[in-house]
Design a protein around this ligand. Structure first.
Ligand SMILES: Cc1cc2nc3c(=O)[nH]c(=O)nc-3n(C[C@H](O)[C@H](O)[C@H](O)COP(=O)(O)O)c2cc1C
Length: 175
């Protein structure tokens, strides 16, 4: 199969997740094109692909606008082939906030009217060294609510095994 992965990333973790997904799929003998949703895509012909994976992260309760716009623009192509959505957030990694992580996805689906064949809620990362004052306050007090885990430390919450399993299951259903 020839698979297109389009991702949105603000601090880089979803870019890393999309690259790992591409590697996994190539290891399984398929072709992958990896695109950042922030880069121009006028040369992209979606008819060339057999399946699609869209990955985006959540900031202030929303996925990247560039991803939303891409899905809007290519709604029909995405709906006619197997497709998957990977939603990266802190809520997905915090035990008591899974419902919240699902709400971000529900909202994305209702806005774009794109119903992916499969969805993965995946934990992202904390990168305090990259945040300005406002971002740091938002992450500590709005997203994390409690101070657990210690909110000053950079930490990667991404479950790489869950991602690899998800990629494998997607290939099975799409193939
Ligand atoms: C300013 C800011 C706002 C965020 N808002 C949310 C949020 O509303 N809900 C959530 O679950 N995670 C939130 N996060 C956590 C991000 O989704 C997480 O850090 C993710 O790994 C970012 O992915 P990226 O590096 O690909 O941009 C926020 C992070 C930052 C820096």
């Amino acid at each position: 199969m020839n698979i297109l992965i389009v991702y949105g990333t603000t601090e880089g973790q979803t870019g890393k997740i999309a690259a790992r997904t591409a590697t996994r799929i190539r290891e399984r003998g398929h072709q992958v094109e990896l695109r950042d949703s922030a880069a121009p895509a006028s040369d992209l012909k979606l008819g060339h692909f057999d399946a699609f994976i869209i990955a985006a992260s959540v900031h202030q309760e929303h996925h990247q606008e560039t991803v939303t716009n891409f899905v809007f623009a290519h709604h029909d192509a995405l709906s006619n082939k197997p497709s998957a959505f990977i939603s990266v957030s802190l809520s997905a990694a915090l035990g008591d906030q899974k419902t919240q992580a699902q709400k971000y996805v529900d909202q994305f689906v209702s806005v774009t009217e794109w119903q992916p064949s499969m969805t993965l809620l995946l934990g992202g990362a904390l990168r305090f060294n990259k945040y300005d004052y406002f971002q740091e306050q938002f992450v500590k007090f709005v997203v994390m609510k409690s101070g657990d885990p210690s909110p000053e430390r950079d930490h990667e919450f991404t479950d790489w095994n869950a991602l690899a399993d998800f990629a494998d299951r997607f290939l099975e259903t799409a193939g």
